[in-house]
Every structure is written in structure tokens, then in C-alpha cells.
Write a protein that binds this ligand. Structure first.
Ligand code: GLN
Length: 492
């Protein structure tokens, strides 16, 4: 097996045993990026020099640990090359959010999740492409270029964390951070055949994650297998005083939850998640995966989430409303791009936003501003918040009966580039199965569970209650270790 194909836990073992160095590993990934990223286009910004320097420092730290007999204390991410979605701030490194308006923005501070990766001495390869301000499901809304699906370069990788998912799938990094506001970690993970975990709202600090919809945003992880997702989550989770919505509950040892045991675990299957119009191959693969869990000893229980059909309209009121408020800060004064020839302040703001934002972002700002405007606030925003509570209650009731819920991640496999760009509603429908989780603030994972007739990956979504990451990871791991789907590689 080549170095670039290693999982994080495999690479960690080899680093610890002194069989490979982080510099070799990092160089192998950089070579891979040079070889395939012209086609995949996962990275917006590559940092080869600093990555090799960080790898050298990691090697020195490993050597010191070996000398001093502290190897067992070595952090599992030490010397591991990772990628970061370009909506998460890395101090001193351009952070564009896939937008022209932040083309020149270099954050003067570090996101907490990134700070934690540095503390573990991880290696940062670069920043990955995404839909502008994470608004999208295909990464085609990036102002720079579209990322392609490594399984079929004529198809989208999903979005908005499409660059991170594609980079993991194409062996262009060992793992990556993404963000999930309505499915942006899980849906691209599903379409690219990798593992994507969205933690509970409040589990990972949002400090340094550029805000899209603040009550829904959460940093998540993309990985080659469930064990790596557990490792990455453990590294970035935890309370942070700089994010007032981060929750002060202890971070469990997520890796310890991976015991491969699901006997007696109650797995709910929501009847509302198998809908007309979904791709038959997706339904087949997901139903087979649920059967497989039953075969492992899980108890399958039918549950109902009756307000599921409202998730999409509710999300597309609340998310744009919050986005319109969050994006008001891009006025051509405080951050990034500003038109050069403005005649006055008003002209500067208006034309900066006109040229700086892309079509989807403008659409959301208009939808959100409308939903929040006097006279419409009660009818739209307030009502959406009430229905959001009903959606959350559906989950509370279901999780009183079952430990986890299994369903599809996305109604289809990867669609073609250009297929949905001119039809926002079709694009929005790509997230029907993922949005509810963000509205309810709960956690979930997408793992590979099969392929369609054209060889495109299908994802199984396993949801858990708030702070139920251990149960989700346990179920996902039990499935994964008794199947082979996650081991397939795209024919790049
Ligand atoms: N696709 C959804 C949207 O466009 C979700 C995006 C996300 O999770 N960031 O809003």
C-alpha cells in the first residue's frame, strides 16, 4: 500500500514504530496532489513549504518522545497531513470562503479547532474548495472553480465541503475539516464515498468558523474510516469560552467507543426518509445496510419523524435569515474586497457587494432579508422557528425509543456538473435527509454503504441524539468493520 492511502490510525502506528517519517508521508501527499489535483481541483490554496516544515518538527517531536520513552503519549495526529475547508480561519493563511469578497482576506487569528490541530502537531497541507460561504450542495457555487468527484470527474463531489471530501477520497490528504449547516459534511462524504461526521451543535467550537447560519453551523470531520473520524472529533471537540454556544461537557474517548458491538442496540428507521423520487439504488443499498445491522444483532425499530416534510422550507427561511444578518459585515470597509472607484460610502458598499458576492449568496441575502422584514417576520421567521421546535420534538420522541436512527444521507448519488446549477430548488432537495439534524442540533455520520449501477458511492446516515456521538460511532464502526465498501478507491 502506498503512503498516501494510509488511514490516520495506520500512519500513526507506522510513525510511532519509526517505519515512516512525517516528511516522507507529507511528501507522498504533496506528490499525489501534484499528480491529480489539476483534475480533481480540491484545493484552493496549497502550502507545501510550511507543510514540510511542520512535518520536520513533528518528526523531531516523535524522535524526542522515542528517546524519552514517551511514545505512548504521542498524539494520534502528530505528523499527520490534513486539509482544512476554506471557511475555517487559519492564522496568516488566506481564507476566502470560496468568495471573491474575501479574496484577499488573511485572518489575524486562529480557529479553535485549528489551534487544537496545531497543538497535536498535525501537518496542514492546504485549504480546500467550497461553495461560497458554504451555500450549496455541489461546490459549484465556489467563486473560483468547481471541484470534481474523484469517482467520476464529470460529476460533482457534493457540497459545500466538496473540496475536503474529494481530497480525502482522492488520497490527497489523510483527513479534513469541513463545516455542516444543513448537510455540508455528510452529503459530500456520501457522494465521495468517505466518512463524514457532523457533531452535536455546541460540541466543537465555532470560533474562527466564518458564520453562515449561526444557530445551525458546526465544524465536522471527513475521514477514510470511522476510527479516523473518532480520532479527529476527539482532537477538535470541547468547550471554548470564545464560542458562547459551545457546551461544557467532557469529551469522551471516542476511539474507546469503537468496540464493534451493536447487539441489542435499538436502531430506528424513520418511515419518512424513504421517499418517492429517491434513486432506487440508494434505497436498495441503505435498506441492505439496515438489514446488515440487524444481522449483527441490532434491533430494528420503525420510527416516525412526522414533521420531516417541513425541514426544507424551515431551513430555507432560518438559514437565509441568519445568513443575511451575518453577511451584512461584508461592506467593503471591514474585510476583503472593495471597489476601487467608489464615489461615496453608499456607492462603495452597494457595488462591493454587487461584485463581491455570487448569485446564490445574493439569493440567500434577499430571501433572508425578506423573511426578517417588518410585516413578514411573524409569518415567516417566527413560524419557521416554531416548526423547528416541532422537528426537534420528533427527534426527542424517537430517541426515547431508540439509540440511533439509520437512513439515507442523500436521495441520489453524485449528479453531473452543471445538472442543477440553474435550478436552485433541485439543488436544495439534495439535502432533504440532512437538514433536520441541524435544525434539531443533533449529531450524525455518513458512511459508505454501497455503489449504484454506475459505480458511484452511496452513503448510510446514522443519527444520534445531542451528545450521542459515541453511539453513532459505535454503530458506524460495527457496520464498517464487517463490510468492505470503505476500502474501495476511485479509479483516478
Ligand atoms: N446545501 C445546504 C445549503 O445550501 C447546506 C449547506 C451547508 O451545510 N453549509 O444551505
Amino acid at each position: 500500500m502506498s503512503l498516501r492511502e494510509l488511514t490516520i490510525h495506520e500512519a500513526h502506528r507506522l510513525l510511532r514504530q519509526g517505519e515512516i517519517s512525517s516528511v516522507e508521508l507529507t511528501q507522498a501527499l504533496l506528490d499525489r496532489i501534484l499528480a491529480v489535483d489539476n483534475e480533481v481541483k480540491a484545493y484552493l490554496c496549497l502550502m507545501p513549504e510550511s507543510a514540510l516544515e511542520e512535518a520536520q518538527q513533528a518528526d523531531a517531536a516523535i524522535a524526542a518522545a522515542r528517546r524519552e520513552g514517551r511514545l505512548q503519549e504521542l498524539h494520534p495526529l502528530t505528523g499527520i497531513p490534513l486539509a482544512i475547508k476554506d471557511i475555517i480561519c487559519v492564522q496568516g493563511v488566506p481564507t476566502t470562503c470560496g468568495s471573491r469578497i474575501l479574496e484577499e482576506f488573511i485572518p489575524p487569528f486562529e480557529a479553535t479547532a485549528v489551534e487544537k490541530l496545531w497543538a497535536a502537531r498535525a501537518v496542514l497541507l492546504g485549504k480546500t474548495n467550497c461553495d461560497e460561504f458554504a451555500m450549496g450542495s455541489s461546490t459549484e457555487n465556489s467563486a473560483y472553480f468547481a471541484t470534481r468527484n474523484p469517482w467520476d470527474l464529470t460529476r460533482v463531489p457534493g457540497g459545500s465541503s466538496g473540496g475536503s471530501a474529494a481530497a480525502v477520497a482522492a488520497d490527497e490528504c489523510l483527513g479534513a475539516l469541513g463545516s455542516d449547516t444543513g448537510g455540508s459534511v455528510r452529503q459530500p462524504a456520501s457522494l465521495c464515498g468517505v466518512v463524514g461526521l457532523k457533531p452535536t451543535y455546541g460540541r466543537v467550537s465555532r470560533y474562527g468558523l466564518v458564520a453562515f447560519a449561526s444557530s445551525l453551523d458546526q465544524i465536522g470531520v471527513l475521514a477514510k474510516d470511522v476510527a479516523d473520524a473518532a480520532l479527529l472529533l476527539g482532537a477538535i471537540a470541547g468547550y471554548d469560552w470564545r464560542d458562547s454556544t459551545s457546551v461544557d461537557v467532557p469529551v469522551p474517548d471516542y476511539v474507546a467507543a469503537l468496540d464493534g458491538e451493536v447487539r441489542g442496540l435499538r436502531v430506528g428507521v424513520p418511515r419518512e426518509y424513504f421517499i418517492e423520487g429517491m434513486q432506487p439504488a440508494v434505497e436498495r443499498a441503505v435498506r441492505a445496510a439496515i438489514e446488515h445491522l440487524a444481522g449483527l444483532g441490532a434491533e430494528i425499530v420503525e420510527v416516525s419523524l412526522p414533521h420531516t416534510e417541513y425541514a426544507l422550507p424551515v431551513y430555507y427561511l432560518i438559514a437565509p435569515a441568519e445568513a443575511s444578518a451575518n453577511l451584512a459585515r461584508y461592506d467593503g470597509v471591514k474585510y476583503g474586497y472593495r471597489v476601487a472607484d467608489a464615489v461615496d460610502l453608499d456607492d462603495a458598499t452597494r457595488r462591493t457587494r454587487q461584485l463581491g458576492f455570487g448569485a446564490e449568496v445574493k439569493r440567500r441575502i434577499m430571501l433572508g432579508t425578506y423573511a426578517l422584514s417588518a410585516g413578514y417576520y411573524d409569518a415567516y421567521y417566527l413560524r419557521a422557528q416554531r416548526v423547528r421546535t416541532l422537528i426537534k420534538r420528533d427527534f426527542d420522541e424517537a430517541f426515547a425509543r431508540v439509540e440511533v436512527i439509520a437512513c439515507p444521507t442523500s436521495p441520489t448519488t453524485a449528479f453531473r456538473l452543471g445538472e442543477k446549477v440553474d435550478d436552485p430548488l433541485q439543488m436544495y432537495l439534495s439535502d432533504v435527509f440532512t437538514l433536520s439534524m441541524n435544525l434539531a442540533g443533533i449529531c450524525g455520520i455518513s458512511i459508505p454503504c454501497g455503489f449504484d449501477e454506475e459505480g458511484l458511492p452511496v452513503g448510510l446516515q446514522i443519527m444520534g441524539p445531542a451528545f450521542g456521538e459515541e453511539a453513532v460511532l459505535r454503530a458506524a464502526y460495527a457496520y464498517e468493520r464487517s463490510t468492505e465498501w470503505h476500502k474501495r478507491r476511485p479509479p483516478l
